[in-house]
Design a protein around this ligand. Sequence first.
Ligand SMILES: NC(=O)c1ccc[n+]([C@@H]2O[C@H](COP(=O)([O-])OP(=O)(O)OC[C@H]3O[C@@H](n4cnc5c(N)ncnc54)[C@H](OP(=O)(O)O)[C@@H]3O)[C@@H](O)[C@H]2O)c1
Length: 297
Amino acid sequence: MLSMNIIDGKLLAKEIREELAKEVADMLQKGGRAPHLAAVLVGDDPASQVYVRNKVRSCEKVGFRSTLVRKPADITEAELLAIVDTLNQDATVDGFIVQLPLPKHIDEEKITLAIRPDKDVDGFHPVNFGRMAQGLPCYLPATPAGILEMIRRYEIPTEGKEVVVIGRSNIVGTPISILLSRKAYPGNATVTMCHSRTHNLEGHIRRADILIAAIGSPEFVKADMVKQGAVVIDVGMNRVEEPETEKGYRLCGDVDYDSVAPKASLITPVPGGVGQLTVVSLLVNTLKAARREVYRD
Ligand SMILES: NC(=O)c1ccc[n+]([C@@H]2O[C@H](COP(=O)([O-])OP(=O)(O)OC[C@H]3O[C@@H](n4cnc5c(N)ncnc54)[C@H](OP(=O)(O)O)[C@@H]3O)[C@@H](O)[C@H]2O)c1
């Protein structure tokens, strides 16, 4: 049994997957085909393998078609660009992702730019990012989209609230800061985006009605930094060595959960929080792609 103030990402993800499965059944019944996501995995980075496996498995759970394209780490940039081009042209593929990070000899920016924006269900292409910033229809990057969905489904008020985001990456910190500043719900918040050069970081964190930690530093945020009653959204996903355990490590967030949870009005656990929503957000984008909802033909 989860305590009252936990945002249950697992349950939300299950709810959304059920909704998606219904949509797929509906599409099939009307004579359409299931949405189709392709994922390109280069090399054998263990974390990337787990992420891609989860994405493919989630597709299966909701009745989407999925294709996994696996290539060895020594693939050339030109070969990878050719694969991207094939997927761009393939009318049976609604959307696709190239799992990052890529090996050092491949220019990630070049690959990202080569993906057609209407198939860029990761929302990493500058066209989608720019559309997001201007409030135009787009594919939202999965992690920020997942956070918005949590806020919506838990009916967390955001208007006029002090939101503090720690982290300014292109995939989490910057987009969620932009989204929560927009004239919309969730949004209309006053957002402060902090990073490693921020002065008096603790002072900023302490003002937050809603705190979003996307740092990549295990249990960085301690109870004494957090305002009583704050909503705490922990994006961090860190492995901490624990040689005495069977796995040899444990997963934890950027927030010191045990000390912060009693002070928070709502908090996301790690695992079982934001990460769960991230994967379903990719599926939501793929459904939008299949329906040509963002980019019309
Ligand atoms: N659950 C999920 O689905 C999901 C998805 C994506 C990421 N993540 C996790 O979220 C975390 C962040 O990911 P990311 O890709 O955004 O990471 P990133 O690209 O490494 O960015 C980290 C950000 O945190 C800032 N930062 C680092 N140390 C800091 C400090 N001591 N004080 C203040 N700011 C600091 C950095 O500042 P500078 O810009 O100044 O360097 C940077 O902006 C990671 O643990 C990652 O594994 C989880």
